[in-house]
Design a protein around this ligand. Structure first.
Ligand code: AN7
Length: 351
């Protein structure tokens, strides 16, 4: 029986026989080949669908580690700032621990409905601040430095350790690393984690090559692309609405060491990719997740892959589309309202 990623990848993770493992059987997510995106790009496109983790995002990989280690240390309270998914995951794993309380700071009015519902139903103390994610993270850092409260944002190194297992799974599935790996970038923990995972697998011979890392920020929240902090980030993709990423330097290292790039995609490109994914690959990922596919399509149009026909590219789809029903409904036509009448239905469907 699958027992979660700590059990599966224990030898690569900083746990001991004494670590109480807090798990919801996260990880082991499917790598789904997309015929549609492959034919659009001339590449072999695989989607790492992280929306199928227990709370619907990749954050669960890091959270099983962070919460297990917090419990081992005897922590009673964990805390995070979040654009939504981290708070949903922290709340669920704290509940699962049976011994820890969770406090989350979110930017008021700027998190997707599903994520807010998750944090609340898992019984976290939810504080909606009148500020953005970066303000929330500054507050959480200040509090956790001074008080006996465990920080579970991705500056907690155990988060990165857990998240690197996604790269292991990709390599295990493809029997090597792909040539390219496309990923959304917000606080930049995940690109850092994948790059660490790929490197660890290469070192022990489980991967023969390393991928070029292709990171994508939303155009209105692209500090790494611009080379400066964005004070008032703006994007429809609230998950990645971050102006001062905590793992900025590590993301640049992943980009430079892999000879990849970090670029930006507009909200329109994000929504177009979001709809293409849902309508032609059958996968519903939240807007922030679609940044990886938006970036892939942007680079394709620019000729970036011209010399790489047939190369394998993995796009991480970081979170489930159901997290953010408002954006889905806003971007499609409303259902046609008609009478409960056979003739009316037949007329509408053209039969
Ligand atoms: C769906 O939940 O930062 O670059 O507080 O939810 O590792 O930050 C979420 C980030 C991509 C960016 N896709 O990952 C939070 C938070 C989704 C996300 C990212 C996030 P990082």
């Amino acid at each position: 029986m699958y027992q979660g990623l700590i059990h599966r990848y224990r030898e690569f993770l900083p746990v001991t026989a004494k670590t109480p493992i807090v798990t919801l059987s996260e990880g082991n997510t499917p790598l789904i080949y997309s015929e549609d995106l492959s034919s659009r790009t001339g590449l072999k496109v695989y989607l790492k669908y992280e929306g199928l983790n227990p709370t619907g995002s990749f954050k669960d990989r890091g959270m099983t580690m962070a919460i297990s280690k917090a419990k081992e240390k005897g922590a009673k309270i964990v805390m995070c700032a979040s654009t939504g998914n981290t708070s949903a995951s922290a709340a669920a794993y704290a509940a699962r621990s049976g011994s820890m309380k969770c406090i989350v700071l979110i930017p008021d009015g700027n998190i997707a409905l599903g994520k807010l519902a998750q944090a609340m139903i898992h019984n976290a103390k939810v504080l909606a601040i009148q500020g953005n994610f970066d303000d929330a993270l500054d507050l959480v850092k200040a509090i956790t430095q001074k008080y006996p409260v465990e920080l579970v944002n991705s500056i907690n190194p155990f988060r990165i350790e857990g998240q690197k297992t996604a790269a292991f799974e990709v390599c295990d599935d493809l029997t090597d690393a792909p040539e390219f790996h496309a990923i959304p970038v917000g606080n930049a923990g995940n690109i850092t984690a994948y790059w660490k995972g790929y490197n660890e697998y290469k070192k022990i011979g489980k991967a023969k090559q390393l991928p070029k890392m292709l990171g994508f920020q939303a155009a209105g929240a692209a500090p790494i692309v611009l080379g400066k902090v964005v004070k008032d980030p703006k994007t429809i993709a609230t998950a990645i609405k971050i102006g001062n990423p905590a793992s900025w330097k590590q993301a640049e290292a992943a980009r430079d060491e892999s000879k990849g790039l970090i670029d930006s995609v507009t909200d329109k490109e994000i929504i177009d990719a979001y709809k293409i994914l849902a309508a032609h690959s059958g996968i519903f990922a939240e807007p922030g997740s679609a940044a990886s596919v938006a970036g892939l399509l942007k680079l394709k149009a620019q000729g970036y892959f011209d010399k790489h026909k047939g190369a394998r590219v993995v796009c991480t789809l970081t979170g489930h589309g159901l997290k953010d029903p408002d954006n889905a409904i806003k971007n499609v036509e409303a259902p046609v309202k008609i009478k409960a009448d056979l003739k009316a239905v037949l007329k509408e469907i053209g039969l």
